[in-house]
Structure formats: structure tokens, C-alpha cells
Design a protein around this ligand. Structure first.
Ligand code: IMP
Ligand code: MG
Length: 180
């Protein structure tokens, strides 16, 4: 067993399950934005794998951009939000698909949706790979949700703990003794 996967308590979502579900999400997006000039906005850095897999399933003339937002701190609790990269493309009058790795309290998605809204897009829809309903503090729902997961801290497939574990190919629950 490698050093990295030795830190994982259990695999919550396998590579195969991720691939199947991402295909389903892409099919939904594809039918909701037929032939549209879509701007897909990924949030750095956790959406890396998800975004790459999702857009390759979309046969649409889309453009890609990124917003950097960090919840400052390397723990498991989100704190003050800081924007670390601004959008480069003009989204005025465009359809925007905002992609994030996980919807937890809802603070990040709410802040980014509000920010995008000020740029006068035609519409903003949001897509998250994971959602932890039990943790929600802000009244926000995503239009596309890959998996509802229990209230456990997960890593892999882009998601990190203290910037590590993003390169695990599956989504796993981190051994609690590693962060408590
Ligand atoms: P929110 O603002 O509380 O909804 O938190 C969203 C952000 O917190 C996500 O974009 C992730 O970067 C991070 N996050 C929340 N839960 C987890 C988790 O279980 N593993 C890794 N990152 C998480
Ligand atoms: Mg993150």
C-alpha cells in the first residue's frame, strides 16, 4: 500500500462510480444547454479532476475560465473567503455553469454566485460533485449534484486536506486522527 492511500479510512466513491455519475451529469448539462455558447467557470483548485472529466463529456462550444477562492487556513473548517484569481472572460449576457468540488456550508458557492451575478450573465447554474446537506448554513442549492455524502471529511479526486491528497483517483474518508 502506498503512503498516500494508507491515510484513507475507507473509499467512499470509487473511480468507476465517479466516472458513471460524471457522465450522467454531463448528459443533463448537455440537454439543458443545447448548442449554447456556454462559459464553464471552475473554482480553483479542487475542481481540477471533476472539471476535466465533465467538460470532455460535453459536446458543446463552451469556453473555460477559473475563479480562485480560498477559505484561508488549512484545516477542515472554512473561514474568511479571499478571492485569489478573478474571471478573465466576459460573461455578460452569457450562460454560465459554475463548477465546484463540494457544497458544504454553502458560503463559497453563495459568494461566487453573487459575484458572478454582478457581471450580468444571462443565467448562472451551479454544479457540484459532492454535497454535505447536514453542514448547510446558507440557503443555497446547486442545480446539479453528483453525490450527497454524509458529514465526513473527504479527500481525493481534487479535494484536499492541507493541500494534500488531491491526486488520489477516488474519493475517500481521511483517517480522523490525521486532522484532529
Ligand atoms: P463551504 O463554503 O463551507 O460550502 O465550503 C466549500 C469549500 O470547502 C469547498 O470548495 C472545499 O474546498 C472545502 N471543503 C468542504 N468540505 C470538504 C471536505 O470534506 N473535503 C475537502 N474540502 C472540503
Ligand atoms: Mg478546497
Amino acid at each position: 500500500m502506498s503512503d498516500l492511500s494508507a491515510d484513507i479510512d475507507k473509499v467512499l466513491i470509487s473511480e468507476k462510480e465517479i466516472r458513471r455519475r460524471v457522465g450522467e451529469l454531463a448528459a443533463q448539462v448537455q440537454s439543458d444547454f443545447p448548442g449554447r455558447d456556454l462559459v464553464v467557470v471552475g473554482l480553483l483548485t479542487g475542481t481540477l479532476m471533476f472539471l476535466a472529466d465533465l467538460v470532455r463529456e460535453l459536446d458543446l462550444p463552451l469556453r473555460l475560465d477559473f475563479i480562485g477562492v480560498s477559505s484561508y487556513g488549512d484545516g477542515t473548517e472554512s473561514r474568511e473567503l479571499v478571492f485569489t484569481k478573478e474571471l478573465k472572460l466576459d460573461v455578460a449576457g452569457r450562460d454560465v455553469l459554475l463548477v465546484d468540488d463540494i457544497l458544504d456550508t454553502g458560503k463559497t458557492l453563495r459568494a461566487v454566485i453573487n459575484k458572478l451575478g454582478e457581471m450580468n450573465p444571462r443565467q448562472v447554474r451551479s454544479c457540484v460533485l459532492l454535497s454535505k446537506k447536514a453542514r448547510r448554513e446558507y440557503d443555497i442549492i446547486a442545480d446539479y449534484v453528483g453525490f450527497e455524502i454524509p458529514n465526513e471529511f473527504v479527500v481525493g479526486y481534487g479535494l484536499d486536506y492541507a493541500e494534500k491528497y488531491r491526486n488520489l483517483p477516488h474519493i475517500g474518508v481521511l483517517k480522523p486522527e490525521l486532522y484532529s
